[in-house]
Design a protein around this ligand. Structure first.
Ligand SMILES: *Cc1c(COP(=O)(O)O)cnc(C)c1O
Length: 385
């Protein structure tokens, strides 16, 4: 056998330095900085995805997830991928083609739910709010009564606007009309009060890189008994193999585990450590800390003449504030200077709020007084206040 000799292509063989990255303080809408203990955990040696030692770590991660979600749901797991992967898992598994789905849209992530539900074949009905506003239970009641949906989809913390949707009364409405309640908790989990079971949420998902202080890559998902029953008796299979909960269930639950895909052990170590930190602090103390830090930040903003986009403090996300950009100020230029001169990342608004707000995240490990002081001082300097 002869090995055919082609001319060697060295075009892409670049010389690179040792990896080094700027020490950014990530105060945008996500990712947030991972806790040092999480970064340490991620460097631990690998285990294979079916090693009994790894299954034990998976089980512990699931228990800590149940605690963080405040749920007894057996099917509580982490999806391999970012929050959007968990989002697509939830949507794809509860939607069967032709189902009427009611989506509450009060910002970009509600729009994304509409897009995903339509791609998976739903007959989507929409109710809308101004960006920064939230729905009243009565408005949801009326829309559910009119549309008789199979699923109601809402965003708890709308990261594009800074508004926190109250959920206490929605579960009962969905039970009355016998439909499922799906909730996006990507920005709220580990940061804002969230009672999966008491609020009667049927399926919810989140991410690792916002309130849980991990890198992105393993995203929490929890499925209640009503949703699970519907998923188990689907008359057509979910139209995605990788995110099919009927398959994932056999990998995440039970005494004998079936291979589905190679779950990253290192990402699972990270998530487990992030969740241990939640349990050590106590989830209710963690919610209180986020709220306290947010109030400190809002007071500091007022001191330098800046205001919040969401007028009612009770409806603001404790881990993500939308700050109004003052008249005549170039929002992008300010964010650019924060990054280049202070190594602080914040984000601007987009779509309907483009140029009108900055989005500031104080999430998980980053929700600390010294970060607030630093950001306020930098704002003051840049804006000349
Ligand atoms: C960040 C975010 C997502 C998407 O999560 P990714 O990890 O970026 O894929 C979905 N919904 C909301 C409300 C978010 O804030």
């Amino acid at each position: 056998m002869t090995i055919q000799a082609f001319p060697k292509n060295d075009l892409h063989k670049i010389e690179t330095g040792t990896l080094d990255v700027p020490p950014r303080l990530l105060l945008g809408p996500g990712p947030s900085n991972a806790h040092p203990r999480v970064l340490q955990a991620i460097g631990m040696r690998q285990l294979s995805h079916l090693d009994p030692a790894f299954i034990k770590i998976m089980n512990e991660t699931q228990e800590l997830l149940r605690y963080t979600w405040q749920t007894d749901n057996e099917l509580t797991l982490a999806i391999s991928g970012t929050g959007s992967a968990a989002m697509e898992t939830a949507v794809a598994n509860v939607v069967t083609p032709g189902d009427v789905v009611l989506v509450g849209v009060m910002g970009y992530f509600g729009e994304r739910l509409v897009e995903m539900a339509s791609r998976h074949g739903a007959d989507v009905r929409i109710i809308e709010k101004e960006w920064g506003d939230v729905f009243e239970p009565g408005e949801i009641y009326a829309a559910v009564e009119e549309n008789q949906p199979a699923v109601v989809m809402l965003v708890h913390a709308e990261t594009s606007t800074g508004a926190l949707q109250p959920l206490e009364d929605i579960g009962d409405i969905c039970r009355e009309f016998d439909c499922l309640l799906l909730v996006d908790c990507v920005t709220s989990l580990g940061a804002a009060p969230l009672y999966m079971d008491n609020w009667k949420i049927d399926i919810a998902y989140s991410c690792s890189q916002k309130g849980l202080s991990c890198p992105p890559g393993a995203s929490p998902l929890t499925v209640g008994s009503r949703a699970l029953e519907q998923i188990s008796k689907r008359y057509v299979k979910t139209d995605t193999w990788y995110l099919d909960l009927n398959l994932l269930k056999s990998y995440w639950l039970g005494d004998t585990r079936a291979y589905h895909h190679t779950m990253s052990s290192n990402m699972t170590y990270a998530l487990r450590e992030g969740l241990r930190l939640v349990a050590e602090e106590g989830v209710e103390n963690r919610w209180a800390r986020h709220r306290e830090m947010a109030e400190l930040f809002w007071a500091g903003l007022a001191d330098i003449g800046l205001s919040c986009h969401v007028a009612n403090p009770e409806l603001r996300i404790p881990s993500l504030t939308t700050v109004r950009v003052p008249e005549g100020v170039d929002a992008k230029a300010v964010a650019g200077r924060l990054l280049n001169e202070y190594n602080i990342e914040i984000a601007g608004g987009f779509s309907k709020l483009s140029g009108q707000v900055w989005r500031v995240g104080l999430m998980g490990y980053n929700s600390r007084p010294e970060n607030i002081m630093l950001l306020l001082a930098a704002f003051k300097e840049i804006l000349g206040r």
